[in-house]
Design a protein around this ligand. Structure first.
Ligand code: NAP
Ligand code: MG
Length: 402
């Protein structure tokens, strides 16, 4: 079989620990034999980030802006323990945070649904994609403890010195206070990323806030979404046969529990933090969760939602067998290849991505899986495969379909 040719490179961001091992296996077994893989390679492994004073992370993000599509391996976010383990010059920031700041993007997390790994919510038949607005609100708030009786006020001083004041509370005794903010620019970017991704994946978009209680703050989110939708997306949504649905956050939660899935749920920062953990745990496994960062101007960075699986890596280093799930990392590659194929007009690339995903799903549905899934599957007597065997079995399945 002739290998599929690519025209534009994918931005490849390599990473750390067990996922770095899986990364190479996926390339060797599932990609390089079939695709004339063209990537611009950035080594985001912690050693190389340290050696380049983290410049490589910035360069990889700029390359994503240039080419439009990236695929990223999980990376270590340094903490105190990593400082000594890797003898770091500095406690480098989270690469995901750096890349997100440069692309100004929103992260969409989607579970990979297979028969045999059933969600706890029995009516969830299709994936629910969760988009979290990752800027502001309580995550960038300032807080105060009011030590005793006193008056708390909200003051905005405009550039010309004009003050606007609002009484928050007259404290009769001790209490607590919080000041938070968001910006129209950030909310606008969030809204555009959500509308773009809904169009891209042809799924309905849901958005919810508490605008009935928060008549200025949350209402601004609602208004910005509605204005952008009416002005820029209404017709495109109609053509694509999808809808934009706004409701109150409590109504949204109630409806999500009764829904069958197959839509995107956009959440404010805190709602997204809480609800993404609920949705992902209800769908079964973090190892089956994919993630894509979408920028408002249409750049895409695909990755697995899980981390570097450190505990498995230490076993691997000791020469012990591992059974690490590579599904989300495989789907990061297929997501990126499909998008590259769409943008460059190479349908073979998108067809290959579909076939690789189908082969992965079929492998699990035929009872062959890694240990994490074997522990939760409803399939009887599953075959537990090690990390290499799983990828090889996917390859056999893939070859049958080519
Ligand atoms: P993690 O790597 O996601 O792993 C936590 C645990 O979840 C694992 O020990 C394992 O459980 C299970 N698990 C996760 N992915 C799995 C997979 N593919 N196959 C099988 N089991 C899987 O989270 P962490 O241990 O908290 O973080 C490790 C490192 O990853 C940290 O340095 C962190 O900074 C980094 N991280 C990076 C990203 C990213 O790049 N996007 C995201 C999160 C964390 P068992 O050990 O019980 O088998
Ligand atoms: Mg959370």
């Amino acid at each position: 079989m002739e290998k599929i040719r690519m025209t534009t490179p994918l931005v490849e961001m390599d990473g750390d620990e067990m996922t770095r091992i899986l990364w190479q296996m996926i390339k060797d077994e599932l990609l390089l034999p079939f695709i004339d893989l063209k990537t611009e390679y950035y080594d985001l492994g912690l050693e190389h980030r340290n050696a380049t004073d983290d410049q490589v992370t910035f360069d990889s993000a700029y390359a994503t802006k240039k080419y439009g599509v990236a695929v990223k391996c999980a990376t270590i976010t340094p903490n105190a323990a990593r400082m000594t383990e890797y003898d770091l010059k500095e406690m480098w920031k989270s690469p995901n945070g750096t890349i997100r700041a440069i692309l100004d993007g929103t992260v969409f997390r989607t579970p990979i649904v297979v028969k045999g790994i059933e969600p706890c919510v029995k009516n969830w038949k299709k994936p629910i994609t969760l988009a979290r607005h990752a800027y502001g609100d309580v995550y960038k708030s300032v807080e105060l403890k009011a030590g005793g009786p006193g008056k708390a006020e909200l003051v905005f001083t405009a550039e010309d010195g004009t003050e606007t004041r609002e009484l928050i509370h007259e404290f009769k005794g001790a209490g607590v206070l919080q000041g938070m903010h968001n910006t129209e620019a950030s909310i606008t970017s969030f809204a555009k990323s959500c509308f773009n991704y809904a169009l891209d994946t042809k799924q309905d978009l849901w958005f919810a806030t508490k605008d009935t209680i928060s008549k200025k703050y949350d209402h601004t989110f609602k208004d910005i979404f509605q204005e952008i939708f009416d002005k820029e997306y209404k017709e495109k949504f109609e053509q694509a046969g999808i809808t934009y649905f706004y409701t109150l956050i409590d109504d949204a939660v109630a409806r999500v529990m009764k829904a069958e899935g197959g839509f995107i749920w956009a959440c404010k920062n805190y709602d997204g933090d809480v609800m993404s953990d609920m949705v992902s745990s209800a769908f079964g496994s973090l190892a089956m969760m994919t993630s894509v960062l979408v920028s408002p101007d249409g750049n895409f960075e695909y990755e697995a939602a899980h981390g570097t699986v450190q505990r498995h890596y230490y076993k691997h280093l000791k020469g012990e067998e591992t059974s690490t799930n590579s599904v989300a990392t495989i789907f990061a590659w297929t997501g990126a290849l499909r998008k590259r194929g769409e943008l460059d007009g190479i349908p073979e690339l998108a067809v290959f991505a579909d076939k690789l995903e189908a082969a992965t799903v079929k492998t699990i549905e035929s009872g062959k899986m890694t240990k994490d899934l074997a522990l939760i599957t409803s399939i009887e007597n599953p075959t537990v495969l090690n990390s290499e065997e799983f990828i090889q079995t996917v390859r056999e399945e893939l070859e049958k379909s080519l």
